[in-house]
Design a protein around this ligand. Structure first.
Ligand code: 5GP
Length: 190
């Protein structure tokens, strides 16, 4: 998606440690006009994929997931992040390593909202090492639901998550694919 690349180039900031800051349009302030375009793009990519539900993880995936859900007319579920592993039997839970915070947390979703028969599209803002998506895939598996694929706004291809998931046969669509951002220079994979 050319517009996503342009937004990254004009408004993104490369931070040390391979982090891209997009607080200006996605992660803190949200460009709502652009958000709709993101939703439309994801809906277009997964048109005809019989998606019944979108699953994301709080908090930064929610806006994008909701935008896609509105266009696709399907419910949006977000997994909640819990610090402890004390969870009751009413939920599916999985452990995820956070790339940005360096710690582990539990991603938890109520059994009421993810069920057998659902065909699930995973949505998130970033794909780096793939831990967040792998956690969501585990939740889908626990619910005995079907996985339609994943859509992320920005994939950092210099980390391995996207390639590893594709090698497993999982459909992963990224609206912008960053090949490298050494010395603050962002290069895209096209
Ligand atoms: P992964 O689990 O694939 O290693 O990392 C993806 C998660 O970490 C996303 O949910 C996202 O919130 C966060 N993340 C990873 N890399 C970046 C980054 O460069 N910038 C921002 N803002 N978040 C990131």
């Amino acid at each position: 998606m050319r517009e996503m690349e342009e937004k990254i180039l004009t408004e993104g900031k490369v931070l040390p440690g391979g982090i891209l800051k997009v607080g200006n349009f996605l992660n803190q302030q949200i460009d709502s006009v652009f958000l709709r375009e993101i939703g439309e793009e994801i809906a277009k990519l997964y048109a005809g994929s019989r998606v019944t539900k979108i699953l994301t993880i709080e908090s930064s995936g929610i806006a994008i997931a909701a935008a896609a859900g509105m266009i696709m007319k399907v419910p949006v579920v977000f997994a909640k992040k819990h610090r402890t592993s004390n969870v009751d039997g009413e939920v599916y839970a999985t452990s995820v390593h956070s790339f940005t915070h360096g710690n582990d947390y539990q991603a938890v979703v109520s059994r009421d909202y993810l069920t057998r028969g659902d065909r699930v599209l995973l949505v998130d803002d970033f794909l780096a090492n793939g831990n967040a998506l792998r956690g969501l895939i585990d939740l889908v598996r626990q619910a005995d639901a079907e996985l339609a694929g994943a859509a992320v706004a920005i994939e950092k291809c210099f980390q391995q998550g996207g390639d590893e998931l594709r090698e497993k046969g999982i459909r992963v669509e990224s609206l912008a694919m960053i090949e490298s951002m050494s010395d603050g220079v962002i290069k895209f994979r096209r």
